[in-house]
Design a protein around this ligand. Structure first.
Ligand code: 7TS
Length: 417
């Protein structure tokens, strides 16, 4: 797709929510890793759908039902293109990354795992890519094995090689960590997993928004991500799965829209992907997501990635040099997030002062409690960047951090400066 030159300032006006004051300060939105803001084209595509085309999909033959079904299936095709899947039948709509990962764990892994089998993970996983595996392990007698990160929380090829063994049946990894912004070597992990006959499941919630993805080049078995972190609406996600897996898997939810034939005693299933989409799916959300993919496609994912990485590097550098600030994770090669603490000031207090400066950041355990425990911290502050942020936003963050230190200086004295 041909892309147009752009700067964050050009595209800011496409995001109505960004044009507002928080108190007397202009909003600086640095929480896109939690959820991104939406351009007008996405909001309007969903409104247009409800105003003109709304109907249920795959059920009726009337004109509106035809339009709704077509729009829903066009969104599936747009997602196929976006991640380079072989066929649209490999794209299953779910409610989120969380929904997708639970689907793989329950409908694929649980039937195949035996006592003594191993599931390989990292201690950096978001709870969405941890709890489904804990449950699958508990239910089957399989064991969880953790890849050991480096001291600066990177996942290396060597550490992956050490964790994978002939007992490995599943390797489940975040592509980009939502705490460190580090990138895992997925293609390498996929090769090693396949060498021992295991399947690889990739949590792409934090990579799909700002990185070109190619599931065939990565050769992954499953890949999950959500619309809402990539300019699309909440309530919809995707599970990409190789067709052979979807054919072999039993559905997780059963009910309307996923059947071929039903009698009083039994039922047969529709072909993938529909066999995994029981009930009325998020139709307007699929339409909105399609508009988000068009928006990203017009800007170019390579450019989005370069922009986001540059801002993150600037923020990491500036905050690392700020006395009293501890930045977690690798110094280089980070995507979109910078997680830090200031002295002994609790992350929630930091976030409250930043909010008074108009700066929205996330504070808490980031759904990665095991990692917080490993770092011996209860919580951290996280700023995350996207295509509508610029250098001025990084400068406002650094200014805000200095303001926090002034504010709490009297309380903590030496510890923060
Ligand atoms: N995996 C990763 C790596 C994530 O960052 C998130 C959400 C999820 C899975 C779950 O996605 P969902 O769409 O199903 O909720 N991460 C965050 C976050 O970092 N702050 O808020 C949500």
């Amino acid at each position: 797709m041909s892309t147009r030159p752009w700067t964050p300032r050009d595209i800011r006006s496409d995001f109505p929510i960004l044009d507002q004051m928080i108190g007397d300060r202009p909003l600086v939105y640095l929480d896109s890793a939690a959820t991104s803001q939406k351009p007008r084209s996405v909001i309007e595509a969903m409104a247009r759908f409800y105003e003109r085309d709304n109907a249920n999909v795959h059920r009726a033959v009337h004109t509106l039902a035809g339009r709704a079904t077509e729009a829903y299936e066009r969104a599936r095709e747009a997602l196929r293109r976006f991640i380079g899947a072989r066929s649209a039948s490999e794209i299953v709509f779910t409610r989120s990354t969380t929904g997708s990962l639970n689907l793989v764990a329950q409908a694929y892994a649980r039937m195949r795992l035996r006592p003594g089998d191993e599931i390989v993970l990292t201690p950096l996983e978001h709870h969405a890519n941890l709890l489904p595996w804990q449950r699958a392990a508990r239910e089957t007698g399989a064991r969880l094995v953790y890849i050991e990160p480096t001291d600066d929380l990177r996942i290396t090829e060597e550490a992956i090689d050490r964790a994978i063994s002939p007992r490995t049946k599943i390797v489940a990894l975040a592509h980009v960590s939502n705490v460190t912004g580090g990138v895992a070597p997925i293609a390498h992990a996929a090769r090693r997993a396949h060498d021992v006959g295991a399947a690889i499941v990739v949590d792409a919630a934090q990579s799909a928004p700002h990185m070109p993805l190619d599931v065939q080049a990565l050769d992954v078995d499953f890949l999950a991500f959500s619309a809402h972190k990539m300019l699309g609406p909440t309530g919809i996600g995707v599970l990409y799965a190789k067709h052979e897996h979807l054919l072999a898997m039993e559905p997780y939810e059963v009910g309307g829209e996923m059947i071929e034939r039903v009698t009083l005693m039994e039922a047969t299933w529709a072909a993938p992907p529909w066999k995994f989409e029981a009930g009325t799916p998020p139709i307007a959300e699929a339409v909105g997501w399609h508009a988000a993919l068009d928006y990203l496609g017009a800007l170019g994912m390579e450019r989005v990635e370069a922009h986001v990485m540059r801002l993150t590097a600037l923020a990491v550098e500036a905050l690392s040099e700020e006395p009293g600030v501890t930045v977690y994770g690798p110094r280089e090669g980070r995507h979109a997030v910078v997680t830090f603490n200031i002295g002994r000031i609790h992350a929630h207090d930091v976030s409250t002062v930043l909010d008074a400066e108009g700066i929205a950041v996330r504070a808490g355990h980031h759904c990665a409690q095991p990692l917080m425990t490993q770092l011996c911290i209860p919580a951290a502050v996280r700023a995350s960047f996207y295509l509508y942020n610029d250098e001025e936003d990084v400068a406002r963050l650094v200014e805000g951090v200095r303001r926090v230190k002034e504010f709490f200086g009297d309380v903590f004295g030496e510890s923060v400066s």
